[in-house]
Design a protein around this ligand. Structure first.
Ligand code: ATP
Length: 457
């Protein structure tokens, strides 16, 4: 994880928030490559969940919601972690995350000092709206995006004439006052979620639950994630949330071990039932195709962290590879990479081309003799269709390595032959293979390569 954190900072994926003031715990800033990667992960999910489904529509609800929302959802009462403090070293722990014997003996696992009693700590960030800071003005930063969907479900049925089963998808920020925020961006106080809530007829919920589990698994396969790094974890009775009938997590093998990436939950009619009770509004669905039958729909939820997905994609893509002399020979790489005879290692991010922050980098072999101008022209042509980069500084081998480290799947090198016959070198990140391609065919060739991309390692 240290290597990934340091690469993420060095290359402008993720920076610590407010670093010049010593950093803000639980918050991170996404730099130029990071925001591109985050946007692509988000749009891959959005396409999968909305564009590819005729009956799923999008929503962007406000972060600030009426405080009654969180009473209805159960968050005011139940969204708590058990907390203990060490009286001596002042460390704070989740009591479910320290050894049982320490808890029983009230002994700090770090310094052996005395621990306080366990108390419940609500994870919601609370603030005030308006000038008065009294109980009447309390408002929360949403701890999940889901509730914005539930309170809008009737609006969406009416405005878009949705019929059950149907879904509503949303991506947005969520906030949790997490006690322990370690492992880089894995668990943060401010993060983003990608959630889809699917409204179904009671009785069909188990079938849809299983269908959505299958679809979410297939999604990660399509993204090219290492499938042996993914597994299912079913919530046992002591883990199930108060609203859930059944719940499975998709876990990923992060450098610190197996951890939750996404949850698929059968939330029953709990949420709509509670909102109906607390708001006094009828949240039932009227099935006009079945003699106006009325019922409160069950909800199947797929809930993934966007920022946690980004960490997963970084970990999944990260590779260090020993570059053999054969790989370097016969290519332009040897001219710049370490040619000292010592082992030549490269760091490479093997992003799927659909997710890579930069799709193609254009590199003139030399700055002089009109090669830079020709390369700039080629970049200008590619810009309309792809995210591009241009780099003319340093030896070509080093420039390839820089692009490998940023996860750029294709490099296009312009050399003297390009001036003569209009061809360029197309270099593939994963295999380091180089081929010559007429520059007029670059756009279609790249499109085809992206479409047919198969990860080789
Ligand atoms: P955990 O057990 O890890 O605290 P959770 O079960 O409370 O997570 P959910 O409420 O189901 O998580 O949230 C759905 C998804 O949102 C999680 O699978 C995760 O990807 C993401 N997520 C939740 N909390 C955080 C956080 N503090 N930081 C980053 N992502 C988060």
């Amino acid at each position: 994880m240290e290597k990934i954190t340091s690469l993420a900072k060095r290359r402008g994926f993720v920076f610590q928030s407010s670093e010049i003031y010593g950093g803000q715990n639980g918050a991170w800033d996404y730099g130029p490559l990071g925001i591109e990667l985050k946007n692509r992960i988000q749009s891959a999910w959005w396409k999968e969940m909305t564009q590819l489904h005729d009956n799923i529509v999008g929503l962007d609800a406000a972060i600030l919601m009426h405080p009654r929302t969180w009473e209805a959802s159960g968050h005011v009462e139940n969204f708590t972690d058990p907390l203990v403090d060490c009286k001596k070293c002042k460390s704070r722990f989740r009591s479910d995350q320290i050894p049982q014997e320490n808890l029983a003996a009230k002994k700090c696992p770090d310094c052996g000092g005395e621990l306080t009693d366990t108390r419940k700590f609500n994870l919601m960030f609370q603030t005030h709206i308006g000038p008065a800071e009294d109980t009447a003005s309390v408002i929360y930063l949403r701890p999940e995006t889901a509730q914005g969907i539930y309170v809008n479900y009737k609006n969406i049925i009416q405005s878009n004439r949705m019929k059950i089963p149907f879904g509503i998808a949303q991506v947005g920020k969520a906030f949790r006052n997490e006690i322990v925020t370690k492992n880089f961006i894995f668990r943060t106080c401010e993060f983003e979620q990608m959630e889809m809530q699917y409204f179904v007829k009671p009785g069909s919920d188990e079938e849809w639950f299983s269908e959505w589990r299958n679809q979410r698994w297939a999604y990660y396969e399509k993204l090219g994630v290492k499938m042996d790094h993914l597994r299912w974890h079913q919530h046992g009775p002591d883990e199930l949330a108060h609203y859930a009938k059944d719940a499975y997590d998709i876990e990923y093998l992060f450098p610190m071990g197996w951890r939750e990436l996404e949850g698929v939950h059968n939330r029953t009619d709990y949420d709509l039932g509670r909102h109906s009770q607390f708001s006094g509004k009828d949240m039932q669905y009227i099935d006009q195709d079945a003699g106006n039958e009325r019922y409160t729909p069950y909800i199947i939820e797929t809930s993934a962290g966007l920022t946690r997905n980004l960490l997963m994609i970084l970990c999944d893509a990260y590779d260090e590879e020993l570059v053999t002399p054969e790989k370097n020979s016969g290519s332009t790489e040897g001219s710049g990479a370490s040619n000292t005879g010592a082992d030549d290692w490269r760091t490479v991010l093997r992003f799927h081309p659909n997710l890579a922050p930069v799709t193609a980098a254009v590199l003139p072999l030399m700055k002089k003799d009109g090669l830079a101008e020709l390369a700039q022209d080629i970049r200008a042509e590619l810009k309309e269709d792809f995210a591009t980069d241009y780099d003319q500084s340093g030896a070509i081998g080093r420039r390839y390595r820089r692009q490998d480290e940023a996860g750029t799947p294709f490099c296009i090198t312009v050399d003297y032959q390009s001036k003569e016959d209009g061809t360029v070198t197309l270099r593939f990140r994963d295999s380091m293979e180089q081929i010559r391609v007429p520059k007029a065919e670059l756009v279609s060739r790249l499109r085809q390569e992206i479409k047919n991309y198969k990860r080789i390692k």
